[in-house]
Write a new protein. Structure first.
Length: 473
């Protein structure tokens, strides 16, 4: 057995508990903030569109710097980067909670996102690097469970904090969690780690990748709202294209690349990463769009829609430990394929949705989707990490996290784009003014159905890549 692997059962349990707590904090923080946005807009007297930049800048910074911090963890030690990241995140939470105006809140949130970008890719690397092979899938399953718990609890906890105190309480929640995590990190995360083959850091590559990903994420978040001809969207696309092109040239030229493209020469790693991207695009797009259907077409109240939308997260939370453990026994590939087959079935079912659809049918669809994602997430994560070299677990984890974040952004943007084009097509065909479209529920229904049918395509793509990605022998 490798000398860095933890053999003490108690220390294994503590490491899994620690990383799972961080997983819970990540999703709780993000989802509780989203429910706080209207309150923040009202408190500072700013437009909702401006407040929407709080989650946008958070996503931009995290996605654009994940790979760099994953590489840094491989180079200088996972424990150092992890603890520094949690410290920055906690400090950012304090600064957000005491912000006297929206500008300082915006800057503080951007600073806080650097902390999450540091510890987020290290979380999975800690589990896959320090735990024995026989329990990695189970550990990743527990990690995914806590992630789902944070997703499910975030809106409810955030709403409770606002009703009892105010929006600042949603930032204050993270402070005691960060203190607890730092204490147990110092005590239970091992300092021993195999030396990286090359500890030099490619700063130029990190900047170019940041520019490429930032431009890409901004463009896909803005295209549905502003359109492809918007000057800022076109500029962002140009920045993304130039950034990615120069990044590839830099990585091929430099002797110590930020992203070793040899990772992708392992086709199982590449296919599993693509499955993650399409799987998350499919799922997050649905989770984003369906509440609008529930409120606009079925006239559900916000609280009712929120309770219904908890269904897939709860199913993922329940199933993840089981499927994670099962992947240790039978491998990940069949579980990922089965999960995406169920997700495809869920999208086929919801494509027949109408204003007469019963709540029981909706819940059955979301159960099917949640079971599918519960079978997919932890095994897919395990599949990606087992196909990466031991000294590149941080970078591989960064690639996985980028696939998840980029997939989430792509999903929301593409669902909105498909729905918009279906609605615009029907409006032009029927010679109706665009601002009158809400008076024609059949047009809105066609837009929703078009977007959900597009979800079938993404689910099928995730299934195909899951089929192509094989378990490591």
């Amino acid at each position: 057995m490798d000398e860095h692997v933890i053999t003490d059962k108690r220390k294994q349990i503590m490491l899994i508990a620690l990383v799972s707590l961080v997983s819970f904090m990540i999703t709780l923080d993000y989802t509780s903030l989203n429910i706080s946005l209207p309150s923040i807009a009202q408190y500072f007297g700013v437009k909702v569109g401006l407040v929407a930049w709080l989650p946008t800048i958070y996503l931009l910074i995290i996605t654009s710097s994940l790979l760099g911090f994953g590489k840094l963890g491989d180079n200088i030690g996972y424990k150092k980067v992890f603890m520094l990241g949690v410290g920055i995140f906690g400090t950012g939470a304090v600064l957000c909670a005491i912000s006297p105006n929206f500008t300082s809140l915006f800057i503080s949130r951007a600073f806080q996102s650097i902390g999450q970008a540091m510890y987020s890719p290290i979380c999975i690397a800690l589990l896959t690097y320090y735990l024995p092979a026989g329990i990695k899938g189970r550990a990743l399953g527990i990690y995914a469970t806590m992630q789902g718990m944070g997703l499910a609890a975030g809106p409810a906890v955030g709403g409770l904090m606002i009703s009892m105190f105010n929006w600042r309480a949603n930032f204050m929640m993270a402070i005691p969690l960060c203190i607890l995590i730092l204490f147990f990190s110092w005590k239970y995360i091992p300092s021993r780690q195999s030396a990286a083959t090359d500890k030099r850091f490619d700063y130029t590559g990190a900047v170019l990748l940041f520019l490429g990903l930032a431009g890409f994420i901004y463009a896909i978040n803005s295209v549905a709202r502003a359109g492809l001809t918007d000057p800022m969207v076109l500029f962002s696309i140009a920045v993304a294209g130039l950034g990615f092109a120069l990044f590839v040239l830099q990585e091929k030229k430099v002797a110590y690349p930020l992203l070793d493209f040899k990772l992708f020469s392992n086709l199982n790693f590449t296919f599993a990463s693509l499955a993650a991207l399409f799987g998350l695009a499919m799922y997050i797009g649905m989770v984003f769009l369906l509440p609008f259907f529930l409120q606009m077409m079925l006239h559900f109240k916000v609280a009712q829609a929120g309770l219904i939308m908890m269904t897939p997260s709860l199913m993922m939370m329940i199933l993840a430990p089981f499927t994670g453990s099962l992947s240790d026994l039978i491998g990940s590939r069949r579980l990922c394929m089965g999960g995406m087959a169920l997700a495809t079935l869920a999208f086929v079912m919801i494509s027949f949705i109408s204003p007469q659809t019963s709540i029981i049918f909706l819940i059955l669809v979301l159960i099917c989707l949640g079971v599918g994602m519960g079978c997919f997430m932890a095994p897919n994560n395990r599949l990606i990490m087992q196909n990466a070299p031991a000294d590149k677990q941080g970078v591989a984890s960064g690639v996985y996290k980028i696939a998840l974040n980029a997939g989430s952004s792509i999903g929301i943007a593409l669902y909105m784009l498909v729905m918009s084009y279906v609605v615009i097509f029907d409006v032009s065909r029927m010679h109706i003014l665009l601002n009158e479209v809400r008076q024609h529920p059949d047009i809105m229904l066609a837009g929703f159905r078009g977007a959900f049918m597009f979800g079938i395509l993404m689910a099928v793509c995730a299934f195909i890549f899951s089929y192509l990605a094989k378990d490591k022998a």
